[in-house]
Write a new protein. Structure first.
Length: 142
């Protein structure tokens, strides 16, 4: 669907409105994965462990809350929830591109603290990019 410029709301009107909450406790979840996973007629060892999986699940939960906060807010007249999300994601893609154009030490984006970690909308696009590209072309330092 194509939008006229006047149909697209300002980015500032599509900002997350959720409260940052504490991540859930993972003490009730298993702490070990099975040693072998059956895949078709073969068996495979896990590629990651539960400790490595937990931060990724927290990140996916944050992405879900981000989308809900965008589509549940009061939207400009004539703009539905999917259009609002599309506008938000397109702005995030632009912000991701801007991040990649910045000069970084050793050519790597350093996400080692609150001040150097990109905003959540940019992380959403980065995560999607890495899933689609099938490889990591930029390094992330945690």
């Amino acid at each position: 669907m194509l939008f006229k410029q006047e149909d697209v709301p300002a980015y500032e009107s599509l900002t997350p409105s959720y409260n940052v909450e504490q991540p859930p406790s993972y003490s009730e979840y298993p702490t070990e994965l099975p040693t072998i996973f059956p895949i078709g007629k073969k068996n495979a060892q896990p590629l990651i462990n539960v400790t490595e999986l937990q931060p990724h699940l927290k990140l996916l939960g944050a992405f879900d809350r981000l989308k809900k906060s965008i589509v549940e807010q009061r939207l400009p007249e004539g703009l539905d929830k999917e259009q609002a999300w599309a506008v938000f994601v397109n702005k995030a893609v632009h912000r991701f591109y801007t991040l990649l154009q910045a000069k970084w030490p050793d050519g790597c984006v350093v996400a080692s603290s609150e001040t150097t970690t990109p905003p959540l909308d940019v992380l959403l696009i980065w995560h999607s990019y890495l899933l689609v590209s099938g490889y990591i072309s930029y390094c992330i330092v945690y």
